[in-house]
Design a protein around this ligand. Structure first.
Ligand SMILES: Nc1ncnc2c1ncn2[C@@H]1O[C@H](COP(=O)(O)OP(=O)(O)OP(=O)(O)O)[C@@H](O)[C@H]1O
Ligand SMILES: [Mg+2]
Length: 342
């Protein structure tokens, strides 16, 4: 159903695509996600809450009788590529609902000044569509409200958090936020989050299983030398990195000329691909680090320049004082001599 709000977000065919909001029919399930036991347990508890919530407020109709405080909000916190997005999809899939994905940081940078209005609008769309609402990259939204010396930007982020709190209060559905671990939560926002699910980088055991789930069980041609246990031990990688390495290894194998034996992905392809992925990551980090250094560098230079300038002024002041004192001494001596000569 094409409503004005869906058109506004470019979610219907023919509408201008704004790229910050997507409605996804979820495909991936919890069977596609490999998690450490503790994370899986917290997630299962979250899912149980969601299922009961759906039963009580939708099927038993209590959502129609009670107006506020019915929403269920979760925070999926963890480093990149640890499965936060697939788990949000798996939750929507388990509920038989669509997932409304809001790429929050893009929304904020694309529509500066309009974000509070847009945040309110996505809640309307999620409500209309009966969708699970997923705020991806939501670190900024979760951040503590500023209280003093408000710049226009901070004023807007305060308004966003206020709008969000109000919408969370009246939304009768499931909202999932994805943040990194450094998110500095606003206390009022924190109170409305039912459960924080911590996504950690996988250990060797999980990595081995993640390698396996990234391969099609029947169709992906694997050479006899492929050993996922060895790959898991060899590379301390996240699920996202393993996925990228698998796709890269497949591309390498497919690009090789077909000889007598049919093409297949070998252990060497996986190893070379993973090395590439990890090297690319360290280059990215390096350049980010360099970029981060630049302003500090110049700040340091500015401090040094100010210091040198102050030093220069001090030296000049000392010089003037000495000249004045010297002149005074000469005058005093002359005065003394004149007095004595009389
Ligand atoms: N725990 C996991 N089990 C299986 N596959 C995983 C797991 N984590 C990541 N992957 C693979 O990596 C891809 C990226 O993961 P996902 O997008 O869920 O990470 P994310 O935590 O949302 O990362 P980001 O913070 O960068 O958005 C997935 O599509 C999946 O193929
Ligand atoms: Mg994600």
């Amino acid at each position: 159903m094409a409503t004005p709000l869906l058109e506004f977000f470019g979610l219907v065919p023919g509408a201008s695509k704004r790229g910050t909001v997507d409605v996804v029919a979820p495909v991936r399930t919890f069977a596609d996600v490999i998690l450490p036991p503790k994370t899986r347990q917290t997630l299962e508890q979250a899912l149980a809450q969601v299922r009961n919530h759906d039963l009580i407020f939708r099927q038993w109709g209590l959502g129609e009788r009670h107006a506020t405080g019915l929403g269920l909000a979760f925070n999926f916190a963890g480093p990149p590529g640890t499965g936060k997005t697939i788990c949000a999809e798996a939750i929507a899939q388990a509920l038989g609902r669509r997932l409304l994905v809001v790429r929050y940081s893009e929304m904020e940078s694309m529509w500066a000044g309009e974000t509070p209005k847009n945040v309110a609008a996505v809640f309307r769309v999620a409500d209309e569509q009966g969708a699970v609402l997923f705020f991806d990259e939501a670190d900024a939204i979760a951040a503590r409200r500023s209280t003093s010396d408000l710049q226009p930007m901070q004023r807007e982020s305060n308004t966003i958090v206020n709008v969000l709190l109000r919408e969370l209060e009246s939304f009768n559905g499931v909202v999932i936020f994805a943040t990194n671990l450094a998110a500095n939560f606003d206390p009022a926002f924190e109170r409305r989050i039912r459960t924080h699910v911590l996504f950690e980088r996988p250990g060797a055991e999980e990595r081995e299983q993640i390698w396996r789930v990234q391969i099609h069980p029947d169709k992906t041609p694997l050479a006899a030398d492929v050993d996922f246990h060895v790959l898991a031990e060899l590379f301390d990688a996240s699920g996202g990195e393993i996925k990228n390495a698998v796709l890269k290894a497949a591309a390498m194998a497919a690009a090789e000329p077909a000889t007598t034996s049919p093409r297949a992905i070998h252990q060497a392809h996986f190893e070379a691909a993973m090395r590439d992925v990890l090297t690319a990551k360290s280059i990215m980090r390096q350049s980010l680090f360099d970029a981060a250094q630049t302003p500090e560098d110049s700040a340091e230079k500015r401090v040094m320049a100010a210091f040198q300038e102050a030093q220069g002024r001090w030296a000049a002041a000392v010089r003037v004082t000495l000249i004045v004192a010297g002149a005074a001494l000469v005058l005093a001596t002359i005065a003394l001599l004149v007095t004595l000569l009389r």
